[in-house]
Ligand binder design. Structure first.
Ligand SMILES: [Zn+2]
Length: 103
């Protein structure tokens, strides 16, 4: 899908329609010491809490019980920047595309 780099959109800060520039946000690695990462590790059994093996040893390959690779399209993380005030906005509803091109 092709999308315009510059378009008119409502800016909450300016309270009117202004020209905004569209960009795709770069993917950031999540830190391994963040709260969610530690909670996930504990759930998977790498932490100290809990009983049992947490499915560490009695589980087939992930492709056998989870629908991995079922979807071929992705939602992009779009950022909109107002040209007048410089306010950055995120999209409130994403859409699926295989390929997104900013023209
Ligand atoms: Zn603005």
């Amino acid at each position: 899908m092709k999308m315009k780099k510059v378009k008119m959109m409502y800016c909450k800060k300016c309270r009117k329609h202004t020209e905004i520039t569209v960009s795709i946000a770069k993917k950031k690695e999540r830190g391994s010491l963040k709260k969610g990462s530690i909670a996930r590790l504990e759930k998977r059994g790498s932490g100290k809490a809990g009983f049992g093996n947490k499915g560490k040893f009695s589980r087939k390959a992930i492709s056998a019980w989870k629908r991995t690779g079922a979807k071929s399209s992705k939602k992009q993380d779009l950022r909109f920047k107002c040209k007048e005030c410089g306010k950055m906005m995120v999209q409130n509803k994403g859409f699926r595309t295989k390929k997104l091109e900013l023209v």
